[in-house]
Design a binder for this molecule. Sequence first.
Ligand code: ADP
Length: 491
Amino acid sequence: MSTRPADVAELIAGTPTQLFIDGEFVDAEGGASFDVLNPATGEVLCAVADATPRDGRRALDAAVAAQAGFAATTPLERHGILLRAFELLLERQDELGLLMTLEMGKPFAEAKGEIAYAAEFFRHFAGEALRIEGGYQASPQGGARFLVTKAPVGPCLLITPWNFPMAMGTRKLGPALAAGCTSVLKPAHQTPLSMLALAEVLTEAGVPDGVVNIIPAMDAGAVMEPLIRSGDARKLSFTGSTKIGKILLEQSADKVLRASMELGGNAPFIVFEDADLDEAVAGCMQAKMRNMGEACTAANRIYVHSSLIEQFGQRLASEMSALTVGDGAQEKSKVGPLIDEAAQDKVDALVRDAVGRGAQVLTGAERPEGPGYFYPPTVLTGVDPDAQMTGEEIFGPVAALIPFDTEDEAVAAANDTPYGLVAYVFTNNLRRALRVAERIEAGMVGLNQGVVSNPYAPFGGVKESGLGREGGSVGIEEYLETKYIGIAMGG
Ligand code: ADP
């Protein structure tokens, strides 16, 4: 695919840019707006309405007003809405994929892949809507029965990041809709267009007015804090940085909101001496390069057994240097730009720090001139375990290789972080694979595979990587309250 400016202009002109409140697209109070940029060019794509705190309140009022009616819909009705939304997303995969590439930068093929992945959350939760279980049992002491039912938790506040503009929204809206919850969703200001386009899809799929409200806002804190502290929403689900997640948890404490947190990661990727080298290199390319490395699941610290590290490094560098970097809307581009200049500055600074501490550059490491916020696929080997990039998310296409000698050493290094989202382990020794998978402190482990994200599996982290799980059969539980009714049998 190669896009013409006329195609882009038409697509942008047809995309909603207003707030979506109570089933209508409306301007922000006072007509405020902010610009959305194309990170491949630095140019303005369009202006989007910038919600004020009062707009936020109107959105939450709409969600609160719609809650009782939506909770009373049947599971089959909600199942039908979600399945239609799944189908509509797939029908519009090309146009929504291009829109995502334009606002976020990822290559068109990856953006289309994300639309399919995002749609799959709707198909999955369409099924879960039909499987909300309860129970009825005899009290062990006798004389009574326990009736256990599930009810929607209530109106939800959903906050999503820019790196997966569609999937992070559907991963929250899917279970919320399935459970019978209404929502106010605030997308990241860098990428509001995908969620606004989704509002149209959901309306067409039959989501009633007020059930889903979308409020882009530049000053997220000013808009969201009063809503969180009001207690009128009963749940907060956030995907983003650990720093902001901690602030939001404190705010949620005020009215004891249910909170789900998908926060930062610092994924170790361990290649043992008995790994299949081809598989390990291929897995590393996926774990590192999906989304240009801008993923909380990205392999951040790549521990390779000393006996393999030279060969592994060469193979990885040759694959990384073969990737074409460029505007994601051009078919030849395999690596798009980073989200903004701050991201480019950060990646560059982390690379310089590591090189300053003795890391060897196998490929990349040179920041290009603009326009656009590109950074070349980079492989560094012999990275000092104390380099800054081992302690924080790189969020860019930079692979940091660190040698190790023993299993204990690898596991200790992997666990030496406050984060615990995902780890990748490559070995052909079954007992070692299972042993290490158990010893690693992470919510998810990829064994001989470089991607774990799957709508049908529970996604989430331990330690400072978060609370709760999204997807899988447990995903809907985050949106349900359990009610126990004790029944005296008499007689
Ligand atoms: P990143 O650094 O990747 O942008 P953030 O955690 O800052 O990650 O952002 C993730 C989401 O959280 C975005 O939608 C952003 O607008 C929102 N956000 C940032 N700060 C706050 C805040 N103080 N309150 C509520 N939402 C916030």
